[in-house]
Design a protein around this ligand. Structure first.
Ligand code: TPP
Length: 666
């Protein structure tokens, strides 16, 4: 037992019972003892990496104890106390850190990068900031369900410089979301001290700029963190709104153990050691005769025994035996596709109307579906797809957003974690870059990492031929087909668009739904008036012929058809892929085996596009059937230009006929 000195922190027990005070102490002691053990294991080479939260325990424990177990917490890498206070069995935690099957990620992600619905904890992705927007989404779900629940999310002071922090605070304030943003200001972000990170007195001052109540608390004083947070949480439950808290504390060890603390002045560390949250609280409890040596020893013995036994069982567990099938099966949540066949009544619709109708019918079918996007409410969106939606569904479900693509994609993820569905409208597909990180890192990897579905559809008005220049004309599907975990849909006709959108919304996996702007008002078709679905991964064979297979999608489909219209001597199979991920490989291979020639047409520039991959697949799977090399036709290797004549030159459309003739004469 350590010697007991006078406490350096002014504790005031207020009306807390001795039992509560001892619980606070016990809950801080547990992560501290686990960490001390981890540091020993690290020195023995038995643990690969460790992010220490020593000296910061009062924040994790105070916040977690102030919440109900049914309320979500989104911790960071130094919040072991959140996990232990929620009483996650140590065996499972240790297995997680050792990459064993009894952890939370089947060995697929390390340290605290996991969530668990069982304990209402949503762990971080490495990129730090996205946690804040995800918390907004969970808080939005709670607000809409009117269940009085509060969501707490953590960030370090370093993470507050990320755009996600600012976006998330702004959205939470505009929507008055019941979320508590907790900044742990521990003096350093990796090696960078706070004076090189921000230039204001308190980070809490930022709350004011966003219209958020904000507080600075002594993060080393467990009574202060617990009682003040509890009071605030109770107040948020009654009157939903965001609150920002800056907890002042210090990171006493290296960023992670291997990186050391050479750059931190020694006296600074010593000063904060003197303010240790546990040592000081222990002294206080002893002085008040609430904690005795006997109780203290019993606590230590109990926790140490629990640690030792959980470590033994974690080490005893077999290493994961890799199975390719299992890995591949877990990238997406398995979908139970339900075919909905419409009645016979049809109506001629433009592509844009079909998408609008499909979206409206899905809103009618799914009461838990929320639409979010810029100007989509009363204004109806820049393309008017959601015109009239507010009147039918109300502003709670059809939500105008500030211009903050990251926070909104993250909010979609949060809605999904809370069991709802989201459709996010990108005003233009080009702007998805501002929300790229959460799409490819959060949504795409969530199911694989911890079996959490990301039930989010992102609508992507895309494509050129509209003289709109480099930032309003891109067709950027290849940025996403590259990323396992995403589904990518790209219809060319109104009938397909309506049915595939319904399927996308039913699908619990993240879907990028591409809508070609130049086709919105130019392509018409008879479309069933009823709700219906179409399966993913099924291409459509639009024309059947003998001499060549034309494989394309989106606007390319119409370019191929117009070319064949003008060249009636060419007998071709035309395959409209409709969905790029999953891809209907059988349709492609079967056709090429029949015709012996393949040409792939894409609107995007060539390198790294869909055409290249399909070409490679054909070489691997159909080589013996080919009478000519596979041909790819794509737009120029430049950004897409504005002036009509430059754009026309850029586009693959003008090159297609010549390339097709060339292939046929090979
Ligand atoms: C987007 C991104 N940039 C950089 C990093 C590398 N990185 C990981 S943690 C960290 C410091 C974070 O500081 P802070 O938010 O204050 O948390 P602390 O580690 O101090 O608890 C950095 C730079 C990262 N993980 N993600």
């Amino acid at each position: 037992m350590p010697t007991i000195t006078k406490s350096n922190i002014d504790f005031d027990k207020r009306n807390l019972t001795d039992k509560s005070l001892l619980k606070l102490y016990y809950n801080m002691l547990k992560p501290r003892l686990i960490e001390e053990k981890m540091l020993i294991l690290l020195r023995q080479g038995k643990v690969s990496k460790w992010f220490s939260g020593i000296g910061q325990e009062a924040i994790s424990v105070g916040v977690t104890m102030a919440l109900k177990p049914s309320e979500y917490i989104l911790p960071m890498h130094r919040n072991l106390g959140v996990f232990t206070t929620r009483e996650i069995p140590l065996h499972r935690l240790f297995c997680q850190w050792q990459g064993k099957a009894s952890g939370f990620t089947k060995g697929r992600d390390r340290s605290f990068h996991f969530g668990t619905q069982e304990y209402n904890i949503v762990g971080m992705i490495s990129h730090l900031g996205p946690q804040l927007g995800v918390a907004d989404g969970i808080a939005l779900a709670n607000l809409l369900k009117k269940n009085g629940k509060v969501t707490a999310v953590f960030t370090g002071e370093g993470g507050t410089s990320e755009g996600d922090f600012h976006e998330a605070l702004n959205v939470a304030s505009v929507w008055q979301l019941p979320v508590m943003f907790c900044i742990e200001n521990n003096g350093y972000g990796l090696s960078t001290p706070t004076n090189e990170q921000y230039h204001c007195k308190h980070l809490a001052d930022r709350g004011k700029g966003y219209g958020i109540e904000a507080f600075v608390l002594d993060g080393n004083n467990i009574i202060e963190t617990y009682t003040k947070v509890k009071k605030l949480v109770e107040s948020i439950r009654k009157r939903p709104r965001p609150i920002l808290i800056e907890f002042e504390t210090f990171r006493r060890r290296g960023h992670e153990e291997a990186s050391g603390t050479k750059y931190v002045p020694k006296d600074l560390i010593e000063a904060w050691e003197a303010k240790d949250p546990i040592e000081n609280f222990r002294s206080y409890l002893y002085s008040k005769k609430i904690l005795t040596a006997k109780i203290d020893e019993a606590y230590n013995a109990e926790i140490k025994a629990e640690i030792d036994s959980a470590l033994d069982s974690a080490y005893a567990e077999d290493d994961i035996r890799p199975s390719e099938t299992e890995e591949l099966n877990d990238v997406y949540k398995v979908v139970d596709y339900k075919e909905h066949t419409p009645n016979k009544e049809t109506k001629e619709l433009r592509l844009i109307d079909a998408i609008s109708e499909g979206l409206r019918q899905s809103m009618e079918k799914h009461n838990d579906l929320i639409l979010m996007g810029q100007d989509i409410a009363e204004y109806g969106g820049v393309f008017k797809i959601t015109e009239g939606f507010v009147k039918q569904f109300g502003k709670e479900r059809v939500r105008n957003t500030p211009i903050c693509e990251s926070a909104i994609v993250e909010a979609g993820m949060g809605l999904s974690i809370a069991g709802m569905k989201a459709v996010v409208e990108m005003q233009f597909a080009d702007f998805v870059t501002s929300g790229f990180n959460p799409v490819v890192n959060y949504l795409a990897k969530s199911h694989y990492r911890w079996q959490q579905q990301a039930d989010v559809v992102i609508r992507m008005p895309c494509g050129g031929g509209v003289a709109a220049g480099p930032f309003h004309s891109q067709t950027n599907e290849a940025w996403f087909t590259k990323t396992p975990g995403l589904k990518v849909i790209y219809p060319a006709f109104p009938y397909d668009a309506k049915g595939l959108l319904a399927t996308a919304i039913n699908d619990p996996n993240p879907v990028l739904f591409f809508e070609h702007k130049a086709l919105y008002r130019s392509i018409r078709q008879d479309v069933p008036t009823d709700y219906y679905t179409l399966p993913f991964g099924k291409a459509s064979l639009l024309k059947e012929g003998e001499s060549v297979t034309i494989i394309t999608y989106g606007a390319g489909v119409h370019w191929a058809l117009e070319t064949l219209e003008k060249n009636s001597d060419i007998s071709a199979d035309v395959i409209d892929l409709r969905t790029l991920q999953p891809l209907d490989k059988d349709a492609i291979f079967n056709s090429v085996k029949k015709t012996g020639r393949a040409i792939i047409l894409q609107e995007d520039s060539m390198f790294g596009g869909i055409a290249s991959d399909i070409s490679a697949m054909l070489m691997e799977e159909c080589f013996e059937y080919l009478d000519a090399p596979v041909k790819r036709v794509a737009s120029m290797e430049t950004p897409i230009p504005f002036a009509a004549q430059l754009e026309e030159q850029y586009m693959a459309r003008g090159k297609f006929e010549g390339s097709l003739r060339e292939l046929l004469s090979y």
